[in-house]
Write a protein that binds this ligand. Structure first.
Ligand SMILES: Cc1cc2nc3c(=O)[nH]c(=O)nc-3n(C[C@H](O)[C@H](O)[C@H](O)COP(=O)(O)OP(=O)(O)OC[C@H]3O[C@@H](n4cnc5c(N)ncnc54)[C@H](O)[C@@H]3O)c2cc1C
Length: 449
């Protein structure tokens, strides 16, 4: 069968509009997928080491091609370790093409070694966007294209939750679906081409406001100053409360990392916890590799929490088993997950031999880094625009003679978009849309100051 990526119809005049951009795009796609054999980065480590998982997740999230070599499964890696004088107690180690290695590195060291700048180029920005998920990337594209000095920061990697999705089927313009990493790569290229600056991994830990200027504090103590700021830090999964989870996190228990870890679980048995679309997508992706995938949910069915197209796909996949009215009570194992105790709602408990648990439940907003004057609802979601006026603290905090702009928080010039916002739709398209809208309100705020 022919593999068709695109077709062009003649005439394609002028080629600058109708031919070259398509060819550029196709070449970009090819380059992103192409992995030259035995070249580039090699990460050597233990599959059950949380640091190995952290570095894999960082490289994959930042679309940096690498080869993973599990020391226990690849005896040849010993030669590589001996040649560089790296001891097994120094793993994971990241090997570069020139033969040099970073021993047990942190993501930040990896970024620096790869020549990525972690320092802001300017002393002052018009717009600093915290969080490079769909909302942040949307704002970066519009901010930079409209001439704002725009800086985008992310603590982990661009793409956010959407970046970890194996296939987004409902995003406009991609009839066959698009993987989160492909969508992210396109958005990052577009934002940077338009002039936005991107720094990753850079975490913002606090914000203070002085004479209208926003001073962002970074986790390493440095500061960035901006006239307006967008909080687009989205949501994160809550820790699963079952016994044994904290000590196995990164060693068989993973939060939303199905695409990074799936190939390591070829022929093994895995559990997916959660009944939302993210859990459904992860189960479908894992089923390509694992011998068996069990989806564990407390409810009676997936109907009220998952899209119909995913439920249909799951039903047709023979190596996925859905376990309703069930919870994880305990995770057990020595240095890695080996067994999971399940509690059924009829009081029965069952123990299952399991190699990994992928958790997709209980999201919470990442808003704790924002200052107290940014009002939030009882769950921590940020209030914006008209919704602020219903909050009892509004009159005490908002001292402007105007009403807050749409998507503006209770701190003038600090905006919020995407999943962090109270009332958000929790969709890629709505996050991108809000990110784009914010730029219009940023212009309005700047014209008032
Ligand atoms: C697996 C999965 C599949 C999904 N599939 C779909 C789908 O098919 N269709 C759909 O419409 N939606 C889907 N969703 C939902 C969608 O991805 C989210 O609604 C969307 O990503 C929200 O975007 P956001 O920009 O608001 O936040 P996020 O995507 O949560 O991005 C927030 C970013 O902020 C960064 N950050 C957090 N704190 C800080 C800090 N202090 N400093 C710096 N950076 C920080 C994070 O690292 C992250 O990159 C899926 C979600 C998941 C998890």
């Amino acid at each position: 069968m022919a593999h068709l990526d695109h077709y062009l119809s003649k005439p394609w005049d002028p080629p600058e509009d109708r031919l070259f951009p398509v060819i550029d795009d196709l070449l970009d796609d090819w380059q992103a997928e192409y992995l030259p054999e035995a070249k580039g980065l090699r990460l050597v480590g233990h599959q059950w080491s949380p640091r190995s998982h952290e570095i894999k997740d960082f490289l994959a999230g930042n679309l940096i091609p690498y080869r993973w070599l599990d020391v226990e499964r690849n005896p040849d890696t010993q030669t590589l370790l001996d040649a560089a004088g790296v001891g097994v107690n120094e793993l994971p180690a990241l090997f570069f093409e020139d033969g040099s290695a970073l021993r047990n590195p942190e993501p930040r060291q990896v970024a620096e070694r790869l020549g990525r700048s972690l320092s802001a180029a300017l002393e002052m920005y018009d717009l600093v966007i915290v969080g490079a998920g769909p909302a942040g990337l949307g704002a970066a594209v519009y901010g930079a294209s409209e001439g704002l000095r725009t800086l985008l920061l992310d603590r982990h990697s661009p793409g956010g939750q959407a970046g970890s999705s194996s296939r987004i089927e409902n995003y406009l313009g991609f009839p066959a679906g698009v993987s989160g990493s492909d969508l992210t790569r396109r958005a990052v290229t577009q934002a940077q081409r338009l002039g936005a600056e991107l720094l990753v991994p850079v975490e913002v830990t606090g914000v203070s406001v002085d004479a209208g200027y926003k001073h962002l504090t970074l986790s390493d103590g440095r500061e960035i100053v901006t006239r307006t700021m967008l909080a687009a830090t989205g949501m994160a999964y809550r820790e699963h409360p079952a016994a044994g989870v904290p000590e196995h996190t990164g060693a068989g228990v993973y939060y939303g990392a199905a695409t990074t870890e799936a190939p390591e679980f070829s022929g093994r048995r895995v559990l997916v916890v959660g009944g939302g679309n993210s859990a459904g997508q992860a189960a479908m992706y894992l089923a390509r590799y694992a011998e068996q995938v069990q989806i564990v949910v407390r409810r009676e069915s997936l109907e009220s929490t998952m899209s119909k197209y995913l439920i249909d796909q799951i039903e047709k996949t023979p190596n996925i088993r859905l376990r309703t009215r069930t919870e994880i009570a305990r995770v057990e194992g020595t240095g890695r997950v080996e067994c999971v105790a399940l509690a059924l709602d009829n009081g029965v408990s069952e123990a299952e031999a399991i190699d990994a648990v992928f958790v997709f439940i209980g999201t919470k907003p990442r808003s704790d880094w924002l200052p107290a004057e940014v009002l939030r609802d009882s769950k921590g979601f940020v209030l914006t625009g008209r919704d602020l006026q219903a909050d009892p603290a509004y009159a005490r905090i908002w001292k402007e003679t105007r009403e807050p702009l749409s998507l503006e928080t209770s701190a003038p010039g600090i905006f919020a978009a995407g999943d962090i916002r109270a009332g958000a739709m929790n969709r890629v398209a709505s996050a991108v849309g809000e990110g784009a809208m914010v730029v219009r309100f940023v212009h309005e705020y700047l014209s008032l100051t």
